[in-house]
Design a protein around this ligand. Structure first.
Ligand code: ZN
Length: 189
């Protein structure tokens, strides 16, 4: 396994529409070790998700892992039943609600920043898993937000394109100092 280097905003690969994975390739050693390397890279950087274009591979593949104690997203509480490693190949997403939830998103390709984005928080996703098996799931809450963020990467879209307002793009350090507290005191009042 290896830790891969992550493309940062400004690199053109992040703006390209990624190509579908050939299902025949999924079970190859090369593909499986790419998945393993992406998982290792995501964990090393405390990410909750990583899409292949972020590691300079323009294919429709993303890995996601919610844990109960991710230091980058303490405000989202525990992952509960959503926890566990998941691999999505050639995902197709359908929004199941018009109601949008606002979340402070971050991105390993946009280091040091957070931005407020509104997205529907219930979706259906159809995809191939890492064995090449076709699956369909309905997903809600934070995981639904993470999936939309990761799958946006496959279309060359970054969360900064979807900000509620450009005022809501902040440095992580300021976010921790001011915004989390604000959210807490709003919840308390
Ligand atoms: Zn991202």
């Amino acid at each position: 396994m290896a830790i891969l280097s992550v493309a940062r905003m400004g690199h053109p690969i992040l703006r390209r529409k990624a190509k579908p994975v050939d299902p025949m390739e999924i079970r190859t050693k090369e593909f499986q070790s790419l998945v393993d390397d992406m998982v290792e890279t995501m964990r090393d950087l405390d990410g909750v998700g990583l899409a292949a274009p972020q590691v300079y591979r323009s294919i429709r593949l993303a890995v996601v892992e919610l844990t109960d104690d991710n230091p980058r997203y303490p405000e989202n509480g525990g992952a509960g039943e959503l926890s566990g490693l998941q691999v999505f190949i050639n995902p197709k997403i359908t929004k199941l609600t018009r109601k949008k939830a606002r979340n402070w998103e971050g991105c390993l390709s946009v280091p040091g920043l957070r931005g407020l984005v509104a997205r529907p928080d219930k979706v259906r996703v159809k995809y191939l898993d890492r064995e090449g098996k076709s699956r369909t799931r309905v997903v809600e809450g934070f995981l639904a937000i993470v999936l939309q963020h990761e799958f946006d990467h496959l279309d060359g879209v970054l969360y900064v394109d979807r900000l509620v307002d450009s005022k809501f793009l902040v440095f992580e350090e300021e976010f921790e100092k001011h915004v989390i507290n604000e959210v807490d005191s709003e919840a308390a009042s």
